[in-house]
Design a protein around this ligand. Structure first.
Ligand code: HEC
Length: 90
């Protein structure tokens, strides 16, 4: 009973954080072009990865674990780029 109440109380919180994290694939496509990601990466480069895995990979790019070419990407670009690559080639 207690667990059920906690689950019900937590639901709006989860829904809210989900919405806040959700990126826009179309905006991501525009950013991938503007930031020249598309020069080296195809839209389906990250196919088979979950949204969380792609987000983590983009986070690593931001932390400098990327060959030269992705310096102009910022943290704000990550949700949209992740949505774009998650939708990859579809
Ligand atoms: C000059 C070519 C080039 C450009 C431009 C480029 N990348 Fe990459 N990227 C690479 C190479 C090479 C790798 C490493 C090999 C691989 O995983 O394909 C890589 C790896 C990655 C990875 C995997 C990182 C990991 O740790 O798993 C991501 C995500 C990524 N790039 C995203 C981007 C984004 C977003 C942009 C645009 C802001 C971008 N790349 C621009 C060449 C490029």
């Amino acid at each position: 009973m207690k667990k059920t109440i906690i689950a019900i109380l937590a639901m709006p919180l989860l829904a809210f954080s989900g919405a806040a994290l959700a990126g826009d694939a179309e905006a991501g496509a525009a950013k991938a072009e503007a930031l020249y990601c598309g020069d080296c990466h195809a839209a389906d480069d990250f196919q088979g990865m979950s949204l969380e895995e792609i987000t983590a990979a983009l986070q690593r790019v931001l932390e400098g674990e990327h060959p030269p070419g992705a310096e102009d990407m910022t943290a704000e670009d990550i949700p949209d780029l992740a949505a774009y690559y998650f939708a990859g080639g579809q």
